[in-house]
Structure formats: C-alpha cells, structure tokens
Design a protein around this ligand. Structure first.
Ligand code: ADP
Length: 306
C-alpha cells in the first residue's frame, strides 16, 4: 500500500462549558486528502483544490505536521500530499486541524503504525501552531480519536476519548463574516469569578456524565457557558436570537464553535437537527446575512479511508 485517500473531519472545539478542553468530530463535513509514498525524500504538497491555501510545505499546516512526524522516524523515502479542501479556513470548524490530523494519520498508516494516537496529536499540534500561533489540541484530538474528546492536560499531554451517544447530531451555521482569532482571544478576560467557575465546572461534570449515561436531558442542561460565550458572542451577528430559536426548535444546547463565527447546536436525532437548521436559517435570512449550514451526526470514528 503506497497511497491512501481519506476523509478527515471538521471538528467543533470549545463546546460550551468545555472552553479549550472539549471537542467533537463531525461525520459528513470534512476534507478529502490523498497521501502518497514516493521515492524522493521529504514532503511535497502537489495539489490543492477547493480553497486558497498555501502550497509551500512550510506554510501549509499539513506540510508542517508531516515534517514533525518525519523528524521522529528514519525514512529513506518521502510523501506527496493532495488536499481537496471543503472546510473554509477561518470558519471555526477546524479547517487547519483537518489537514494536520489527516496527513499524520495517513502517513502513520502507510508506515504500518509506528506511532500511537497521542503521538499523532502531538505532530498535528505543530500544524495548529503554524495556523494560530498556539499548539492547541482541541480540534486535532477529536479529528484523530473521533467522537468527543477532553484535553485534560498539556503537560503531560493527556487526552481522554469520551463515550459518544448514538443519536447526537450537530447543526452548524457559518455566517459569512470574518472574526479574527486574535480578536476573539483578546476580548476575553484573564480572570474568572469563583461564582462563575463553580457553575462552569458543575456543567463540565454534568456534560461528561450525560454523555456516558446517554442522558440527553442532562447533556442539554449542561451545555451552558458562563465564562466565554457572554463576552465572545457579541462578535457574532444575532447570536442570541440564533440560540433562542435553536432551543425553541428542540436543540439540546447551542454555542460558539471554536472561536467563531460558526454557531453550533446539538440535538437528539436528525429530524430535530434539521428543524434547528431551518430555524437558524430563518434568523439570518431575515437580517440578510449570507451563511453556510451543515447538519451532521457526531462522528465516532474520526478519520476514514475512502
Ligand atoms: P478554523 O478557524 O476553521 O479552525 P484556522 O483558523 O484553524 O481555521 O486555520 C486557518 C489558517 O491556517 C489560515 O490562515 C490558512 O491560510 C492557514 N492554513 C495553512 N494550511 C492550511 C490547511 N492545510 N488548511 C487550512 N488552513 C490552512
């Protein structure tokens, strides 16, 4: 086997109360990549379709993540990468993470799996460092593990794969506006009141417990963010109305995806997730904001061979 064609998923990070720690993978939204083992040493990006992203190995997160992997293993051959990018960069659903995670996963398969999933997260994080300046794991971890993941700690890197109930669907609306990741960061306060912290860790515990016991009501009650969302949501047009209408349409919860501008809602069952999509669309149609919208099951498997 010298070549792999894969689906690498979009991901939702910063799931409400789980800011910077909880993420999930999507099932039908993602990029396609082809990774080929070739005689010539090194990493080359030979084809990019779909979006305008850099083709130079050192400027593309896929190239940087692949080089991080190769720096830890002897290889007298190289790899070519083709990316069919369907996830718009800067949308808040892990566009760069899909490329970083996909390439290291595929190379590991072609090398007959010398690395474990935590190693792959480490390599993919180097791609994230290029995209955002910070080597965060909250998008690459769910892309590589599938389902929900918790980044419990960075030093040491400790990632926990969380049980994912079967009927969970995500609806994501991406208003076509730009929110700069730096702005989304700078707007946050650096301290948290004890009162808010208590509410937040209560909800994190509730959410994890709800996922394991498949208690959808508990999941819904726990999808609350008292710390980041009240501040960040002012950067997203009509956030409160989209959230209110999603909940009225039956969503379990609704929040900001990544650092925005995408908004996600989680629902029990596809029928409700589609109803939520309709209610989100109505809000943006009314105020004439362009958008992309996606409905997807939560993906338990992560990256898949096509
Ligand atoms: P998202 O907000 O969806 O997570 P990111 O902000 O993580 O998207 O990544 C977008 C940035 O990373 C852009 O500046 C883009 O040009 C750069 N980039 C470099 N390589 C890639 C790649 N393979 N896929 C996506 N973005 C890439």
């Amino acid at each position: 086997m010298n070549e792999l064609r894969i689906f690498t998923p979009a991901t939702i990070a910063n799931i409400s109360c789980g800011f910077d720690v909880l993420g999930l993978a999507l099932d039908t939204v993602g990029d396609e990549m082809t990774i080929r083992k070739v005689k010539k040493k090194g990493i080359r990006i030979t084809k990019i379709t779909g979006q305008n992203i850099p083709t130079e190995t050192h400027k593309n997160v896929a190239g940087v993540a692949a080089l991080a992997l190769l720096s830890e293993i002897e290889c007298d051959f190289g790899f070519e990468i083709e990316i069919n990018k369907k996830i718009k960069p800067g949308s808040g659903i892990g566009s760069s993470a899909a490329s970083s995670a996909g390439v290291v996963w595929a190379i590991n398969e072609l090398l007959h799996k010398p690395f474990n999933t935590i190693d792959l997260v480490r390599f993919a994080m180097e791609g994230e460092r290029l995209a955002t300046g910070v080597a965060h794991a909250d998008n690459v971890a769910p892309a590589l593990f599938g389902g929900f993941t918790l980044v419990r700690s960075y030093e040491p890197l400790d990632i926990i794969s969380i049980h994912t109930p079967n009927e969970l669907y995500a609806t994501i609306i991406h208003p076509q506006i730009e929110v700069k990741t730096a702005d989304a960061r700078n707007i946050l306060k650096t301290t948290v009141s004890l009162k808010d912290a208590i509410k937040q860790w209560g909800n994190v515990g509730g959410l994890i417990s709800g996922l394991y016991t498949e208690d959808y009501d508990l999941i819904g009650r726990s999808l609350e963010d008292h710390i980041v969302e009240p501040i960040r949501s002012i950067l997203i047009p009509a956030f409160n109305l989209v959230k209110q209408q999603s909940l009225l349409a039956g969503a379990l919860g609704c929040g900001i995806s990544g650092s925005g501008p995408s908004i996600f809602a989680l629902s029990k069952g596809k029928k409700t997730a589609l109803k939520v999509a309709k209610s989100m669309k109505l809000v943006y149609d009314e105020i004439a904001i362009d958008y992309d919208i996606h409905v997807s099951k939560v993906n338990k498997q992560g990256i898949k061979i096509l």
